[in-house]
Design a protein around this ligand. Structure first.
Ligand SMILES: [Fe+2]
Length: 254
């Protein structure tokens, strides 16, 4: 029997109810999804099953980790609409927000990277065989550093929804993938931003793997009319709060 959306939606409801029950019984609120969230089928097979390897000396890890600096990121890297000769198809948008630590302090000089599908819901990647057109003027990757207020900004186009093979008629809501390195490679956060009012949000097991309602809502950007530019683009705002050891950043003068 092919796995249907009704099957997956029933599992999503069960997982959410089990979570709510556990929190009511005293379990902590979970901001992050379980690594083996059953409605997202492949997560059950591929999630890490061994305990994390202790690195001993965290600073030693940095010696072999990636290195980047202000000079590696150019002023054009944040504009995904200007990476080719022509302009990409789609709805031009600005996405901006602040990267903050848990205490609400700005995280400055943070490398923020994004990747996304084009307006038709197709990635410029050889493993994406969705029958939607590629856009020769859109690669779908960008990066920037946060400024002194912890702000990042991207100019891009609104990505399209795309199908995936979790179950029959499975569609990912429009989303932009985000990566934040923190101040050390071992603090990296990878997440996804969604768009308000997307009708696919309740059906998607990746969105719903965040079973806490408030935490899941924080993955959805806000439409901000003040950010929209007349006759040019629509604006979305999305703040990111890092869970990392804020005290370390303060000690380092950030
Ligand atoms: Fe994606």
């Amino acid at each position: 029997m092919p796995l249907t959306q009704a099957d997956i939606s029933a599992e999503i409801s069960q997982a959410r109810e089990a979570y709510l029950k556990a929190v009511a019984a005293g379990d902590p609120v979970r901001d992050h999804p379980a690594r083996d969230y059953a409605p997202y089928r492949s997560s059950v097979l591929r999630h890490p099953k061994q305990p994390l390897v202790s690195v001993g000396d965290p600073e030693a890890v940095e010696l072999s980790g990636p290195v980047f600096g202000v000079t590696d990121v150019t002023a054009l890297d944040h504009d995904l609409t200007r990476q080719h000769v022509g302009e990409p198809h789609g709805e031009r948008i600005t996405v901006t927000g602040r990267v903050l630590d848990r205490a609400g302090r700005p995280v400055r000089g943070q490398l923020v990277e994004i990747w996304q599908a084009n307006a038709s819901g197709r990635y410029a990647h050889q493993r994406d065989d969705h029958a939607a057109p590629l856009d020769p003027n859109f690669t779908g990757v960008g990066r920037c550093l946060t400024n002194d207020d912890g702000e990042y900004q991207f100019v891009t186009i609104k990505p399209g929804a795309y199908p995936w093979r979790n179950h029959v008629n499975a569609w990912r809501p429009a989303h932009i993938h985000f990566s934040l390195f923190g101040t050390a490679f071992t603090q990296r956060l990878v997440t996804q931003m969604y768009f308000p009012g997307d009708p696919l949000l309740p059906y998607d097991p990746i969105v719903q793997s965040v079973t806490d309602d408030a935490a899941r809502q924080r993955l959805v950007a806000t439409y901000d009319h003040g950010l929209s530019r007349p006759e040019w683009s629509l604006g979305y705002r999305w703040d990111i709060v890092l869970d990392g050891p804020a005290a370390t950043w303060i000690e380092e003068g950030r």
